[in-house]
Each structure stands twice: as structure tokens, then as C-alpha cells.
Design a protein around this ligand. Structure first.
Ligand SMILES: NC(=O)c1ccc[n+]([C@@H]2O[C@H](COP(=O)([O-])OP(=O)(O)OC[C@H]3O[C@@H](n4cnc5c(N)ncnc54)[C@H](O)[C@@H]3O)[C@@H](O)[C@H]2O)c1
Length: 341
């Protein structure tokens, strides 16, 4: 049983736990690292090494928070580095990945190296040390589903190199749980949105263009339907998975159980921001036809039963919070146009 029930003495269950977050420099990982710190964890935050020595979104935190974390620069593709990183920790929350589907068409091998071999490096490290691990999957592993809502039992389809790499990583986790009794479970978020998300993702793209006062929105296809979860809810799912018992090899989806089309989403964004614009389909943003995933909608039953998890933030409130964050960043029209692709 992958469980962490706390010490029964009224301490928060995560208090004092030594937790490694990979991908802590990124959108979801940075929110998660902050939340774990607030829960009293000793957080080791892995940020991808780049020559400028920056720590992604963790550089936007206050001095106190940054000082309270053990910030590490490195790369999940390096097995020796990952083994040292994991040494002495109780739990690894593995979020590091290449995530951009369009880039996965251009450089598929790099997705295998980071998402598949990187995950195997983490699995080997926790196998050696006995630490628990939560792997991060994605709803993209289902491809265009046979039926909705999608349950965890739905077949997996490699519809893009990104989804194929995440399927391989998920299967390695399942295999390591079965073969080596590694205590690894997988969380499978559906689309997550909120402050710090890349402006290449659809919600920041729409909001940034609207806030920049554009009269014409440049988007990809408007028909695909997605199940959007606000980042605080996704993070809550990780915290619950870290504190509630999950079986080795178990998979739990994090999604709201509702979906909106991109066209409908644009309407809600326009209402939230109070700006209207015409929509133009940008061919560069449209996926190859056989690679497009038309609908993703989660059946949230298992998350509710196994984690007691339910999303709390409505689409409208999450969009308002994301728009407020974008406003704070005072995006210029030029920047928004540069990022719309
Ligand atoms: N954002 C979503 O809607 C969504 C939905 C489902 C699943 N996910 C999954 O959640 C995780 C986090 O995604 P995100 O949206 O925060 O993306 P993100 O790109 O903001 O974060 C991923 C982080 O991984 C780091 N990284 C990349 N290659 C690395 C390497 N070789 N070594 C170490 N670090 C490396 C990057 O620097 C980046 O900060 C990913 O595993 C992704 O597949 C995201």
C-alpha cells in the first residue's frame, strides 16, 4: 500500500516529509512545491539545468520560500544525477517532462529521452532507495476516446509522440510496481490551467490576446472538447495522493467530469475579461487530422473514491484568477502576439 497516514499525533500528514519534486521549475510543479512547503515538507526542487542558472517559476517566489527549499539544477536524463537527487528522500513527485505536443512532432526522440528514459531513471532511483513515487501521466494518453466519460480502464492510444512517450512512462511505472514492488502510483491530470502556464497553452493564449486588446484571436481548431481543471485543484490531487493510500501501479485521473469546446471556452474567456474579438483559425496551430484528439472528459469517480478529491474552482473563477495574473504581468500587445503560436 502506498500510504502515508501521518503520525496520529495531530501533525499534518506531510509535516517533515522529505519530498523531491521534479519539474518544480514548471507550471504545475512550482505550485506543488509551494504547497508542499506550506504543508511542512522538506522540499527538494529539481529545476532543469540551463546555462543561465535560473530556476524557472521558482525564481518568482519570495526570498523566504526560495530559501526554505533545496533548489537543485540538473536533468532527469542523467541516471547518476537522479540517484543522488533521490537519496535520503521519502517521496518523489515526478512531473519533469517535455509537454508541448507540436514540438513532439518536430523532435520526437527528445520526448523519449526525457519522458521515458527520465522516468525510468527516477524508477531506478526509488527502486534502489525504497522511496515512494507519484508519476504524472496525462489525459492525452487516451487519444480520441472510444467513449466518454473516460475511465482509467480506457485503452491507451499513441496519438502524438508526446502521448506515446507518456504511455511508455506509465507502463514502466506499472511494470516496476509489478516486477520490483516499487511503490509507485500514477496520477493522470486532464488539462490543467492557471497562473504560470505557458502562453502557448490555449487558455493563456486566448486570455493574453484578449487582454492585449486584439480584435482578432488567432487559434487552432475550435471543435475539440477538453476537461479543464484549475491548478490549485490539480495540486490538491497530488497532495492527497501523497497522503492517502494508493496501491503500487494504481492510476487515478484528475478531471472535473465536464468538458467545453475551445469555441465555448473562448466565449467564457470573453465574458470573464469583458472583451470581444473575432476568431481566426491559424493553420500552424491545427494538429494533423489523425493526431487531433476531439474530446477528453474524465469520469472523476475513482479520484473521489480513492482520494476524496473533488475540484473546487469553477471554470469562470479559474479563468478570472488566470486573467488577473496575466494582467499583473502587464503583457504588451506585442508580447501576446509573439506568444500566440
Ligand atoms: N499542463 C497540463 O495541462 C497537464 C495535463 C496533464 C499532465 N500534465 C503533466 O504534468 C507535468 C507538468 O506539466 P506542466 O504543465 O507543469 O509543464 P511545464 O513544462 O511547465 O513543466 C515541466 C518541467 O519539466 C522540466 N524539464 C523538462 N525536461 C527536463 C529534464 N530533462 N530534466 C529535468 N527537468 C526537465 C522543464 O524545465 C519544466 O519546467 C508533466 O509531466 C505533464 O506531462 C500537464
Amino acid at each position: 500500500m502506498v500510504s502515508d497516514p501521518g503520525d496520529g499525533a495531530g501533525r499534518a500528514p506531510l509535516q517533515g516529509r522529505r519530498v523531491v519534486v521534479t519539474g518544480a521549475d514548471g507550471f504545475i510543479g512550482s505550485h506543488l512545491a509551494q504547497r508542499l512547503l506550506a504543508e511542512g515538507c522538506e522540499v527538494t526542487a529539481l529545476c532543469l539545468y540551463t546555462s543561465d542558472g535560473t530556476h524557472g517559476w521558482l525564481d518568482a517566489l519570495g526570498e523566504d520560500e526560495r530559501a526554505a527549499m533545496d533548489l537543485r539544477l540538473g536533468d532527469v536524463r542523467d541516471p547518476g544525477f537522479v540517484r543522488d537527487l533521490v537519496d535520503g528522500c521519502d517521496l518523489v513527485l515526478h512531473l519533469a517532462a517535455l509537454i508541448a505536443i507540436p514540438y513532439s512532432y518536430l523532435a520526437p526522440r527528445s520526448f523519449v529521452e526525457t519522458n521515458v528514459l527520465g522516468t525510468q531513471n527516477v524508477l531506478e532511483a526509488v527502486r534502489a532507495t525504497g522511496a515512494r513515487m507519484i508519476n504524472t501521466s496525462t489525459s492525452e494518453v487516451y487519444g480520441t476516446p472510444d467513449e466518454v466519460p473516460i475511465t482509467e480502464a480506457h485503452p491507451l492510444k499513441g496519438q502524438s509522440p508526446y502521448s506515446a512517450s507518456k504511455i511508455a512512462a506509465d507502463m514502466l511505472c506499472e511494470a516496476y510496481a509489478r516486477s520490483f514492488e516499487v511503490e509507485v502510483a500514477t496520477l493522470r491530470p486532464f488539462n490543467t490551467f492557471g497562473p504560470r502556464q505557458s502562453l502557448r497553452a490555449v487558455i493563456p493564449t486566448v486570455l493574453a490576446q484578449l487582454l492585449a486588446g486584439t480584435s482578432r484571436l488567432h487559434l487552432g481548431s475550435l471543435s475539440p472538447r477538453r476537461d479543464f481543471t484549475f491548478v490549485d485543484d490539480t495540486v490538491e490531487g497530488f497532495v492527497r495522493a501523497a497522503t492517502v493510500g494508493l496501491e503500487p501501479g494504481e492510476v487515478v485521473q484528475l478531471g472535473t467530469g465536464t468538458s467545453v469546446s475551445i469555441g465555448e471556452l473562448v466565449d467564457v474567456c470573453q465574458r470573464v475579461v469583458g472583451v470581444e474579438a473575432e476568431v481566426t483559425t491559424d493553420e500552424e496551430r491545427v494538429r494533423p487530422a489523425a493526431s487531433e484528439v476531439e474530446v477528453l472528459r474524465s469520469d472523476p469517480t475513482r479520484a473521489s473514491e480513492r482520494l476524496g478529491w473533488q475540484p473546487r474552482v469553477s471554470l469562470e473563477d479559474g479563468l478570472a484568477a488566470t486573467a488577473a495574473w496575466l494582467r499583473e504581468r502587464e503583457l504588451s500587445a506585442t508580447t501576446a502576439t509573439r506568444y500566440h503560436r
